[in-house]
Design a protein around this ligand. Structure first.
Ligand code: BGC
Length: 632
């Protein structure tokens, strides 16, 4: 071999090396998923005058693949492993699942907590703010001292979209007061079986009512221009897409539950005609995120269905916001965690409520992109949707100064009290017993929920499963409301167990405030939705010492009372009224009229379940049909 041959050889090796280097750097570049160009001092995305789509494109042009994947992770705040991880992993969202509270569990403690997370996220390379979310399903109800509005079932009974919008605005004010910009509400589920533990979280089983109240709620939350000048003030999340409420009893995929997280057995026609229209309306009014449910359609977990999420929601309905999965929902898709995560993301889930293991998630998704199991285009689509919402919320600017005096303000409590009054449904009123007349002088009040603010607030209040007890700062019990509304000359006696003296003359009126103790989600699946024995005993005892008896039901669902109600002179459903128990008394004493209507049919027997589209399973008449409600 001559020198010139050797020279040629080295030249070939050199050229090959050059190609290899170019190839490797191209691959690395591709793996990173974006160009790695230096960040200029004043990048376009930081300029609030620039249109949102251009800001998003500009920001994404600087993002590495890891930074993009981080944006797709939603982590429960107690699962954050180390201070600094929000920054290191560029996490897109954090949440308080119920119980995810700051050590200082006060409005200012909340504000401080959220601020700390946001500051940490802003100090990351690109300064992308984290989105903090909570379940503000009846006010900012994680926070002691907030205004607790009636649960959605009560708002459904009011049928009043204007009221619902105001409630959402007030809830948004309280969220903004603590720096929280994202709520996992409103609920679009439509219950067909009262045994389900989430009936009270729903407006109604009627898609039209759900559409109108849900739209009002989304607008109230997102378009709260008095407090924020951004396109979206608080991000609403209609949930849970799709078919939730129609699951079959005993179909739950969770061994501890009976119906929650179960299977919705409907055909596509019913899915489209019954369950889809409210979401269509939500898209039309600008909902910027949607949560997919933990249920299945037949055997398919919703979060794994490309057809339902990508094709129907995003392509057919034209949903431009981002899809978030529910708590651990992605990992309930069959297969190992890697397979489950890629299935969900490929199906169209944009942000994954992990909510625990973010490090594994980032590792898995990186690997999935490098192996081609998830395309870069899918990642880019997800991130573009998430960042669009963040810009629309003005998170990159300090557009809002939280004012904690909004939390539990007197104006919000007045509104909540009015909402309670509008949510009451009068089921029975023999001889016009209600409203309580002026000549009613002695009133005996009894029952497990009369002086129990925790019961009237229900679950998702400070604790996930609620508090069965008389604790909630600033709240008013139903008993206190009765005392306030009764005239000067009236005598109010109270004993929760109705142990009133038998010897003396009977009281003019007995008011029994009875019902359910708090429960949430599948833990509230109840095969026997009846009044408790204790409550029935109390009502019967009260009848012995009072001339007439009104029963006020504090309940998250219709209860089977077919035989019991025959013995009562009047019956009122108060649902789960929240912190302003005085709203119940306002109506009992006639300061305000009864206007509420049942937002779902009230069955007379368990054999009637499920009740689909108002038709009972055995085709017999329910005790009261949907929209029943006496007025005076
Ligand atoms: C519920 C969701 C809720 C989420 C976060 C889940 O268990 O199904 O409705 O938004 O937890 O708290």
């Amino acid at each position: 071999m001559t020198i010139s041959h050797l020279g040629k050889y080295w030249l070939i090796v050199l050229i090959a090396c050059l190609f290899m280097t170019l190839f490797i750097s191209y691959e690395a570049h591709k793996f990173a998923g974006s160009n790695m160009s230096e960040l200029p001092d004043n990048p376009l995305y930081r300029n609030s005058e620039t249109p949102v789509n251009q800001r998003v494109a500009d920001l994404m042009s600087y993002m590495t693949l890891e930074e993009k994947i981080g944006q797709m992770a939603l982590v429960e705040k107690n699962s954050l492993k180390e201070v600094g991880d929000i920054q290191t992993y560029g996490l897109g969202g954090a949440l308080s699942g119920f119980g995810g509270r700051p050590d200082d569990n006060t409005p200012s403690g909340w504000k401080q907590m959220v601020e700390t997370f946001v500051l940490e996220s802003r100090s990351s390379r690109l300064g992308i703010p984290i989105l903090y979310g909570v379940d503000a399903i009846h006010g900012h109800s994680n926070v002691p001292g907030s205004t607790i509005f009636p649960h959605f079932i009560g708002l459904g009974a009011s049928g009043d979209a204007t009221l619902v919008k105001k409630v959402a605005q007030a809830t948004g004010d309280e969220l903004l007061a603590t720096g929280v910009r994202w709520s996992y509400s409103p609920t679009y589920d439509m219950p067909e079986d009262i045994r389900w533990g989430r009936v009270y979280e729903t407006f109604s089983d009627d898609p039209q009512l759900v559409s109108s109240l849900g739209s009002a709620y989304i607008r109230g939350l997102q378009e709260n221009q008095t407090k924020s000048s951004t396109t979206i003030s608080v991000l609403a999340t209609p949930k849970h897409y799709i078919g939730v409420g129609g699951m079959l009893w005993n179909s739950s995929s969770n061994e501890n539950f009976r119906i929650d997280q179960g299977s919705t057995p409907v055909d596509e026609k019913k899915l489209r005609e019954h369950y889809l229209p409210p979401f269509q309306k939500a898209v039309e009014v600008g909902a910027a995120s949607v949560m997919v449910g933990l249920n299945s359609w037949g055997d398919t977990k919703i979060a794994s269905s490309t057809y339902l999420v990508q094709t129907v929601l995003k392509e057919e309905l034209g949903f431009k916001g981002f899809v978030v999965s529910d708590w651990y929902g992605v990992y309930e898709i069959p297969g190992d965690n890697y397979t489950a995560a890629i299935t969900a993301i490929n199906a169209g889930v944009d942000m994954v409520m992990l909510p625990f293991e973010y490090k594994e998630f980032v590792r898995d998704i990186k690997q999935a992109v490098s192996k081609g199991d998830i395309s870069e285009a899918r990642i880019d689509d997800a991130v573009q949707r998430i960042l669009t919402a963040k810009f629309q919320l003005g998170l990159f600017e300090t557009s809002i100064t939280p004012d904690i005096s909004e939390v539990g303000s007197s104006a919000h409590r007045v509104l909540a009290r009015d909402a309670v009054a509008k949510s009451l449904v009068l089921l029975k009123n023999n001889n016009g017993l209600l409203p309580i007349k002026e000549d009613v002088r002695t009133i005996q009040v009894a029952g497990s929920a009369a002086d129990n603010i925790g019961r009237q607030a229900g679950a998702w209040t400070v604790e996930w499963q609620g508090i069965d007890g008389n604790w909630l700062p600033g709240a008013t019990s139903i008993l206190a409301g009765i005392r306030e509304s009764a005239g000067e000359g009236s005598v109010i006696q109270f004993d929760a167990d109705a142990n009133f003296s038998l010897g003396s003359p009977k009281a003019d009126l007995g008011i029994a405030v009875v019902g359910e103790s708090p429960y949430a989600e599948g833990l509230g699946d109840n095969p026997n939705p009846f009044l408790s024995e204790e409550d029935i005993v109390v009502i019967n005892r009260l009848k012995e010492t009072s001339l007439k008896v009104v029963v006020v039901l504090v309940t998250g669902r219709p209860l089977i009372i077919t035989d019991d109600i025959k013995n009562w002179d009047a019956a009122v459903v108060a649902w789960l009224p929240g912190s302003e128990g005085a709203g119940v008394a306002d109506v009992l004493f006639g300061k305000k009229p009864f206007t509420g209507k049942l937002p779902l049919p009230w069955p007379s027997t368990l054999r009637q379940l499920p009740i689909v589209g108002g038709i009972t399973n055995d085709r017999s008449a329910p005790l009261f049909p949907r929209y029943f409600g006496l007025q005076y």
